[in-house]
Design a protein around this ligand. Structure first.
Ligand code: PLP
Length: 442
């Protein structure tokens, strides 16, 4: 439908001329011709109306200062990138490339090897003829990494979140979800028929109220991001697990911003907080710390993974992950299973950035996470400051409504193990210069 609309919007004249061609070929009776011409006119009017509605939506976004422009990168992902229209090397502080593995030579080589041995893609979903030993091997490694029974791969974590809840939970069940959970969790929960209860962000007493309220449900699942991507704050998993155990509920976490680097061995928020054996289901991404290509997955109890393979719609009805993508992710997981050195270097650089920025007078949300949101409040200010930072050679992005609540605009800085201390200091200096220009710091 969207494609059709796009086509019609782009080529209304083509529609009319196609109508003329059809008429000249078929030569229908006069009455028929008149009615088909008026049907085309009605369709043209509908498209014109849709176009006006869309233009006014777009104008509204521009007027609110929340327009998200896309900058064009002309190099590979890394701490130093080339951006179209800017001077040659730009310092990049806005990728989820936490461990710097997106362009790691061994990760890239593994992708090349997989491409050569296994081809570009499968031209199939997994259950028809789209499962290679490569996929099974990665699933097994991810289950091992998270210390869970089994794993299922998806094309993205968005898909993993979209495909989980409707399979696990039915109308007799309840899902209790943090109000600031990621959009893909919200969408996934919308698809399921369980009773939905939203608790206040990281508020254990509100969660307890909702657990009491849902006592009569058959199964209950508490759902939270392990780390919330906009603030870099860590979910209170110990308290959540205590409550879940007290009230007989299961716990799910989305670990997109934790897998690979949080916790002593980088296993995630559950390891950081010592609750790996008390969290039942984990969804995460291959598109951030684990090589950054694409893909997502669920790890958890084997019967759940088995059922997802049978019923989860984004898994059943979407193409298998391409072999080069699987090859890259597998190498990334192998590197992390072998050593946690990369993640330790990222933590040290995170603390350097946070301390220097705080000393300079900026407010940085969160505590120790490599997501370092520089809080500014005003959407336009965030966008203007991000543009000025680029002029100083530092690529950061302003986030505003609807990605974050109104009045809480910020520039989200993300630290990578691949940054050097000099990169961090350069970024802080650019913030101080830009912040002074806009009256944010003195
Ligand atoms: N969950 C969270 C918390 C995320 O931040 C993201 C990505 O932005 C996703 C899910 C979706 O991950 P993917 O990019 O693999 O679809």
């Amino acid at each position: 439908m969207v494609c059709l609309l796009a086509h019609l919007v782009a080529t209304p004249h083509t529609v009319m001329s196609l109508g003329k061609v059809a008429r000249s070929l078929v030569k229908p009776a006069r009455g028929v011709l008149r009615s088909s011409a008026s049907a085309l006119n009605r369709s043209y009017a509908a498209v014109a109306e849709a176009r006006a509605v869309l233009e006014s939506e777009l104008d509204g976004i521009r007027a609110a200062g929340t327009w998200k422009a896309e900058r064009i990168i002309t190099s590979k992902q890394g701490p130093h990138i080339n951006v179209d229209g800017s001077r040659s090397s730009i310092l990049n502080f806005c990728a989820n490339n936490y461990l710097g593995l997106s362009s790691h030579p061994e990760v890239v080589q593994a992708g090349i090897d997989a491409l050569k041995s296994y081809g570009a893609g499968l031209s199939s979903v997994r259950f028809i003829c789209g499962t290679q030993d490569l996929h099974k091997n990665l699933e097994q490694k991810l289950a091992e990494f998270h210390e869970r029974e089994d794993c299922i791969l998806y094309a993205s974590c968005f898909d993993a979140n979209a495909g989980l809840f409707e399979v696990l939970l039915g109308p007799d069940d309840a899902v209790l979800s943090d109000e600031l959970n990621h959009a893909s969790i919200i969408d996934g929960i919308r698809l399921c028929r369980a009773k939905r209860l939203r608790y206040k962000h990281m508020d254990l007493s509100d969660l307890e109220n909702k657990l009491k309220e849902s006592q009569s449900s058959r199964m209950r699942l508490v759902v939270t991001d392990g780390v919330f991507s906009m603030d870099g704050d860590v979910a209170p998993l110990t308290g959540i697990c205590d409550l879940a155990e007290q009230y007989g509920a299961m716990v799910f976490i989305d670990e997109c911003h934790a897998t690979g680097f949080l916790g002593p061995r980088g296993r995630g928020t559950d390891e950081l907080l010592g609750v790996m054996d008390r969290v039942h289901i984990v969804n995460s991404t291959l598109g951030k710390a684990l090589g950054g290509a694409a893909g997502g997955y669920t790890v958890g109890p084997k019967p759940l993974i088995d059922l997802l393979r049978q019923r989860s719609r984004p898994y059943l009805f979407s193409n298998s992950l391409p072999p080069p993508v699987v090859g890259c992710a597998t190498r990334a997981v192998e590197l992390l299973l072998a050593s946690n050195e990369i993640s330790q270097s990222m933590t040290a650089k995170t603390m350097r950035f946070r301390n220097k920025m705080t000393q300079a007078g900026f407010t940085i949300a969160g505590s120790a996470h490599p997501i370092c949101p520089v809080m500014l409040g005003d959407a336009r200010l965030a966008s203007l400051m991000a543009d000025d930072m680029l002029k100083l050679g530092v690529y950061v992005i302003g986030f505003s409504f609807p990605v974050v609540p109104k009045g809480k605009a910020r520039i989200r800085v993300q630290i990578s193990a691949a940054h050097t201390n000099e990169d961090i200091d350069h970024c802080v200096d650019a913030f101080i210069q830009t912040g002074r220009k806009h009256g944010v710091v003195s």
